[in-house]
Design a protein around this ligand. Structure first.
Ligand code: 2AM
Ligand code: CA
Length: 258
C-alpha cells in the first residue's frame, strides 16, 4: 500500500510528466539557456517544476520547498525537494533517460520520495520502513559479490566541475569491474542500483535534488550509501557512493585515493 504522501507525489509527477512528454516529442522547439558551461535549463524544466509546485502547494501549503529552478521557499520544518527534470542534457538530445524527482525531508532525513520517468513509464517510490518499489514491484539491490561481474555507474564532471582524481578513480574501477556506465541522471542511476541493474554508483559534487529520493530507494532496497571514503553520508554531503553490501568495502578501497 502506497502511503498518502506518495499518492500525492504520484499525482503531481504524473500530471507534470504529461508536460515533459509533450515537450520531449518536440525537442527541436525547446528554448534552452545555459546556467553555466554544460549545465542547461529549458522551458520544459520551468513548466514541469511550476506544475509540480502548484499541485503540492494545495496539499502542503505550509511546508518548505527546495527546488532546482525556483530556489527555496521558506515554510515549516517539513521540506519538499524537487528536481523537475533530472537528466536535462539527455532531454535536450532526445535521449529518454530522464526523470522527475520529488522527496520529503524532515529533520535532515529523507523519509519519502518518488522518481518518475514518464517516457518509459517507470514510477519508483520509497518510504522509510516501507521498502523501495517500481510499478508495484518490490526492489532489491543486486547480490553480485565480485567486482569483475559488476557494472558500476558514475557521473563525469562537465564544464567547470571538479576533475581532481576522477581519472584515477575511473582507472581503478575499470581495471577490476565489468564496466562503467555514465547514464546522465544521478537520480535514475541510484534507482538502477536499487533495482539491481547497476551494482554500484559513485559521483562527486551533486545537488541534493539529484539524489534525494535515490538514496532512500537504495537503502530501502537493502543497499548501502556512504561518502567515497566509507563514512556516513548526510544530506549536506555532495559526494556519494552507493552499492550492495557485499561490494561496498571493495569500492571504498578503490575510491579512497587520498
Ligand atoms: P540535472 O539534469 O538535474 O541538471 C549528475 O551527472 C547530475 O548532473 C545529473 O543528474 C544532472 O542533473 C546534472 N547535470 C547537469 N549538467 C549535466 C551534463 N552536461 N551532463 C551530465 N549531467 C549533468
Ligand atoms: Ca534538473
Amino acid at each position: 500500500m502506497q502511503p498518502a504522501v506518495i499518492n500525492i507525489f504520484e499525482k503531481a509527477a504524473k500530471k507534470a510528466g504529461r508536460i515533459l512528454i509533450r515537450d520531449f516529442g518536440e525537442v527541436e522547439n525547446l528554448q534552452i539557456q545555459s546556467k553555466s558551461i554544460g549545465d542547461f535549463v529549458t522551458n520544459a524544466d520551468i513548466k514541469v517544476e511550476k506544475s509540480i509546485i502548484e499541485t503540492l502547494k494545495y496539499y502542503y501549503p505550509d511546508y518548505s520547498y527546495i527546488t532546482e529552478e525556483s530556489g527555496t521557499i521558506k515554510g515549516d520544518e517539513n521540506t519538499i525537494i524537487i528536481d523537475p527534470i533530472d537528466g536535462t542534457s539527455n532531454f535536450i538530445h532526445g535521449i529518454p533517460h530522464v526523470s522527475l524527482v520529488i522527496a520529503k525531508m524532515t529533520a535532515n532525513e529523507i523519509t519519502d520520495g518518488i522518481i518518475y520517468n514518464p517516457i518509459l513509464n517507470e514510477f519508483f517510490w520509497a518510504s522509510k520502513g516501507q521498502g523501495a518499489w517500481c510499478n508495484n514491484r518490490r526492489l532489491r539491490v543486486s547480490n553480485r559479490k565480485i567486482l569483475s561481474d559488476c557494472l558500476i555507474g558514475t557521473g563525469l564532471p562537465f564544464g567547470d566541475g571538479i576533475y581532481k582524481d576522477y581519472l584515477l578513480e575511473i582507472d581503478e574501477i575499470l581495471k577490476v569491474s565489468a564496466g562503467i556506465r555514465r547514464l546522465g541522471s544521478a537520480g535514475l542511476d541510484l534507482a538502477y542500483v536499487a533495482s539491481g541493474k547497476l551494482d554500484g554508483f559513485w559521483e562527486k559534487d551533486l545537488n541534493l535534488w539529484d539524489i534525494s529520493t535515490g538514496i532512500l530507494l537504495v537503502t530501502e532496497a537493502g543497499g548501502k550509501i556512504s561518502k567515497l571514503n566509507g563514512s556516513k553520508w548526510t544530506t549536506k554531503d555532495r559526494d556519494i557512493l552507493a552499492s550492495n553490501n557485499y561490494l561496498h568495502n571493495d569500492l571504498v578501497g578503490k575510491l579512497s585515493l587520498q
